[in-house]
Design a protein. Structure first.
Lengths: 442, 565
């Protein structure tokens, strides 16, 4: 009975929570994820605000529960290509890219990485580290099964006859003959939870990203700080062995360009200040902010705990006038203070607290799903009610940051709400008792 | 205490985990040493090894082994229980062995992977396995129970969140009781002329939802009614509702409870620096909403004000949180004044502009175009209709206005604390209902089966309040399936009546309200359906009357003693 099937697109926090709740309701879930691992953006963080809990400890049990749930089929390295049908009768076409490692046979021992002769930049690690052609994105990836990158694998790219990983695997799990496949899923409803990306800071050349190695994006800093990251959590400035001594965190990067406040950057910036002082107690941390946006009952307290002790708060009255330039070995941040006077700040590290933007591929997915986007490019919800998780296509719902910038709590609330709507929708598809009886007589 | 079985036959299976255990631990030596362990003379130990027990072949093998050998207990030396405890419990069930007579021992992470010396790793593995064998002998069969549930739901609070929850859940096979202590539904939102974030007509929208409630035969609305008592757990709550008049009681049985008791505006004069008299032209935002809904916003004289100050962030410092909604609704109120008369001079005093929704910035920009003067300040005070503030330059200034509107911090509704006490759910340090987990479980509470919707969980606008209501409804739909059953925790605490001295320590430490006191017997009693098996009571009981199944003193002591021998 395909009305009992739900396709969830995107296995971040919202998608995982929605899948677990749907499975609890007795539904069969197909969880489609483009990456080789599940967990979403949260697992890139060492700790999550506001309680500074270890993110892995927060998310790993959820990942495990998803992977071990017999009613959730996790489809990694997969993308939705087509959705046919309507009114709860959908046929969803999913393309599964070849993983080249059999998930059922692999136990995640990691013996296959070592002999691989290829070394390339690890995009999941924000290109701060390297990986092999057969790899897991980071230690602790779940499912703990590597994937082969066909573009760089010598054999798969036709550059050589290397089968080192195949030979290294004791379980015969590596299969370089693996091919992409296309599957069709009959489903009654869908939830889109593909998350958000980060504003491309190179669009603002005045901020020096790409030009000065000391300028970081938020996820670059998260991975630099993470104990399972490329430096094992050692805070070393890019290309050097030195820890930063003075760090400027610049708020509201891209707010004007995007046309909205993302509601989370202040909090993660304060978290960064906490991170920096925890590992580098002697460092000077400056938060260059405009509006302090702490919209949760617990956030002000977090801010108060950082303000003055972990970071000096500097009011930056004009984001458009702010510039980051080189100054000797370090960096200089030029900004306008509250009176509009130009000020300079000498630092050796700059972290750009950039806005949340629609995830890459959102526009394409919207076309595939046949649903509308809003002006900012996020998935649009129906606006004939005060609040909604329903998209423009019946039976397709949205949850998490795919709908707009928000914190993790709000993402989970939307996931629970979307599940409620899906369950109500699926129930509405069932023949009414009278109809069923009439059908029986006919 | 249960005695060790005299004729036990224990299967002890060592998983090689491919090279992971096979290479770092001397498995043949482990297998040889098991029958030679001291203290198991009356027990038949059957040690075996296998390449990869979690593989499909391995699972089939294990199932067959259990069935053919007639084991009374099973010990598996393999990986972390986080990886495969549930896998092996499942195989025990399939093979007909009670899964609580099995034990997994982690010789991979705890031995093979962290000790480079193979001999030492092997020694440690043998010790651990010995501990497991010893423990499993003291384990008892436990059985899952299934409890009937009632799918019906009680919603406490008839504001917008409560109404939405009721509408989301009521249906052919689920009845909803919507309880409101006031004489009408609608809550605070019913008085707003327009609702954020899209400025829909508030009163109309709420009215149409109230009508939908009235038309829904599966929703029973009880006005002028409050909850008097509640006991129970997910699937089965018994609640007594009390009306205003003497003896007006209604007993109901529900499977879940949603608290949607909302928030209110705090008294601005309770905050330092905000001083005015009742006769001053100083109003709170709900008072202005009411005037606006009535037609015109006027001074007490009946005149329209020529200049208005809208003061944000009142009480933010004292309360210790940002109320999230004030910036947006103050811009909305500024719009009311501008709509009434373009000539009105409107000044908004704010510390930070909090506009965290994707649509908010646009609203802010549009408001700015209405000619509203946004004044960013460091600190705001009030003396009558004189706004005293510290500017961004740090200098103290003041400005006089015809009228002042205050956005005072939102706080939990009156009675929130009493209701939380009655339902035994936790409050946070700001007095709102505390979520089961801030980030990963935001609409559940500390009691399974009680959820929270709307601004009683924290300050929220109407739109977000409704999302919380829909989220609570989602949780209930998923967990309380009409005709379904629930399986409560198996590893619960139990009380040995003869040992209980009635000191009540366990009642204080139980976070789930699972222990009550039997006054007649003078002892504590565990409600097994509510208990989650956390072990708090077990640890705190001074007389040894409490124990948590599957984690009894004898089980733990035996395992530790053997492992450390």
């Amino acid at each position: 009975m395909h009305h009992e099937n739900v396709v969830v697109v995107g296995a971040g926090l919202a998608g995982m929570k929605a899948s677990l709740l749907l499975a609890q309701a007795g539904k069969k879930v197909h969880l489609v994820e483009t990456l080789p691992l599940i967990g979403g953006k949260t697992i890139k963080n060492e700790e999550s605000f506001p309680n500074l809990e270890c993110s892995t400890c927060l998310v790993a049990p959820i990942q495990q529960a998803v992977l071990q749930n017999p009613d959730i089929e996790v489809m990694t390295m997969s993308a939705v290509e087509k959705v046919e049908g309507d009114d709860g009768d959908y046929t969803v076409t999913v393309k599964k890219s070849a993983r080249y490692v059999k998930v059922a046979d692999c136990i995640g021992c990691g013996m296959c990485y070592e002999p691989c002769p290829v070394s390339v930049s690890n995009e999941w690690e924000e290109n701060l580290g390297e990986r092999k052609a057969i790899y897991v994105p980071c230690p602790g990836s779940l499912p703990n099964v590597p994937t082969v990158d066909p573009e760089h694998c010598l054999k798969l790219s036709g550059k050589g006859e290397c089968t080192a990983c195949v030979e290294a695997c004791m379980f015969g799990a590596v299969n370089l003959e693996d091919r992409d496949e296309t599957v069709k899923i009959e489903a009654g409803a869908m939830i889109v939870s593909t998350g958000a990306g980060v504003f491309d800071v190179s669009k603002l050349p005045d901020l020096g990203y790409g030009e000065y190695p000391g300028v970081y994006t938020p996820f670059e800093f998260e991975r630099l700080f993470a104990s399972n990251g490329p430096t094992l959590g050692e805070l070393k400035l890019r290309g050097t062995e030195n820890a930063p001594g003075k760090i400027a965190i610049i708020h509201c990067v891209g707010r004007k360009e995007c046309g909205y406040c993302s509601g989370v950057c202040c909090m993660y910036s304060f978290k960064f200040a906490h991170f920096l002082k925890k590992k580098l107690p002697e460092a000077s941390v400056y938060n260059l902010h405009s509006d302090i946006c702490v919209p949760d009952k617990t956030y002000q307290k977090f801010f108060d705990g950082v303000n003055g002790t972990h970071s000096e708060m500097i009011y930056n009255s004009s984001m458009e006038s702010l510039k980051v330039t080189g100054s000797g070995d370090g960096l200089q941040v030029t900004y306008l203070d509250e009176a509009g006077a130009e000020k300079n700040l000498e630092v050796d590290m700059v972290i750009l607290a950039a806005a949340m933007v629609p995830e890459e591929g959102t526009r394409n997915l919207a076309e595939v799903l046949g649903i509308d986007l809003d002006a900012a490019g996020f998935f649009k919800v129906r606006d004939d009610d005060i609040a909604s998780v329903e998209t423009s296509r019946k039976g397709i719902f949205v949850a998490g940051t795919a709908e707009g910038p928000k914190d993790s709590q709000s993402s989970v609330i939307q996931a629970d709400a979307a599940v409620g709507k899906v369950l109500a929708f699926l129930e509405s598809l069932k023949p009414q008792p009278e109809e069923a009886a009439a059908g029986g007589q006919g | 205490m249960q005695e060790a079985s005299m004729k036990a036959k224990i299967g002890v299976y060592v998983c090689e985990c491919g090279p992971n255990i096979g290479q770092s631990i001397d498995i043949p030596r482990v297998l040889e040493s098991i029958p030679a362990l001291d203290g198991y003379e009356d027990v038949e130990l059957v040690p075996k090894s296998y390449g990869l027990l979690c593989s499909p072949d391995g699972k089939e093998y294990l199932k067959k082994e259990i069935q053919e050998n007639g084991y009374t207990h099973l010990v598996i030396a393999a990986c972390s229980p986080r990886d495969h405890d549930s896998t092996f419990m499942g195989i025990c069930k399939q093979a007909g062995l009670n899964p609580y007579l099995y034990k997994i021992i982690n010789i991979r992470e705890h031995c093979g992977w962290i000790i480079h010396d193979k001999d030492a790793a092997t020694e440690k593995a043998i010790q651990y396995i010995s501990g497991g064998i010893s423990r499993v002998l003291y384990q008892s069969e436990l059985f899952e129970r299934q409890l009937e549930i009632t799918p019906d739901v009680l919603v406490i609070g008839g504001g917008v969140a409560g109404i939405e929850t009721a509408l989301s859940l009521a249906g052919e096979d689920r009845k909803v009781y919507l309880v409101e202590r006031a004489e009408e539904l609608g809550g605070s939102a019913a008085r707003f002329a327009s609702l954020l974030p899209r400025q829909q007509g508030g009163a109309d929208l709420i009215k149409s939802k109230i009508e939908a409630v009235g038309e829904n035969e599966h929703i029973r609305v009880l006005l002028n009614t409050e909850v008097e008592s509640s006991i129970g757990f997910l699937g089965n709550f018994e609640v007594v509702l009390a009306g205003k008049s003497e003896g007006e009681k209604t007993d109901i049985k529900v499977g879940a409870i949603v608290v949607a008791t909302g928030c209110r505006m705090s008294d601005p004069r309770s905050f330092a620096g905000i001083e005015y008299a009742d006769s001053d032209e100083v109003y709170t935002s709900p008072e202005v909403e009411k005037m606006n809904t009535g037609g015109t916003i006027t001074l007490r004289s009946g005149e329209k004000p020529a200049s208005v100050a809208l003061v944000h962030c009142v009480g933010r410092g004292e309360k210790g949180y940002c109320s999230r909604v004030c910036c947006n609704y103050m811009m909305k109120i500024a719009g009311y004044f501008k709509k009434q008369s373009k000539e009105t001079k409107v000044t908004e005093f704010f510390v930070d502009m909090c506009v965290p929704h994707k649509a908010d910035q646009k609203f802010f920009d549009e408001s700015a175009r209405l000619g509203i003067d946004f004044k960013r300040v460091r600190k705001i005070g009030l003396s009558g209709t004189r706004v005293e503030f510290k500017g961004m330059d740090g200098k103290k200034q003041h400005m006089d206005f015809d009228m002042v509107v205050l956005a005072s911090a939102l706080e939990p509704s009156e009675g929130t604390e009493a209701l939380a006490g009655l339902l035994e759910i936790d409050l946070d340090d700001r007095g709102f209902y505390r979520e089961a987990h801030h980030t990963t479980d935001p609409v559940a509470t500390s009691i399974d089966g009680i959820f929270v919707a709307g601004a009683s969980q924290g300050p929220r606008d109407i739109s977000d309040s409704i999302l919380l209501a829909q989220a609570s409804a989602g949780r209930i739909r998923a967990q309380l399936i009409p005709g379904g059953k629930i399986v409560p925790e198996v590893k619960v605490s139990e009380i040995l009546e003869a040992y209980c001295t009635g000191c009540k320590t366990c009642l204080e430490v139980c976070g789930y309200g699972a222990i009550y006191f039997d006054d007649q017997k003078g002892i504590s009693v565990v409600n097994e359906a509510v208990c989650r098996g956390c072990g708090n009571c077990f640890g705190s009981c001074p007389s040894g009357a409490l124990r948590t199944k599957h984690f009894t003193n004898s089980q733990l002591l035996r395992e530790v003693t053997e492992a450390l021998k």
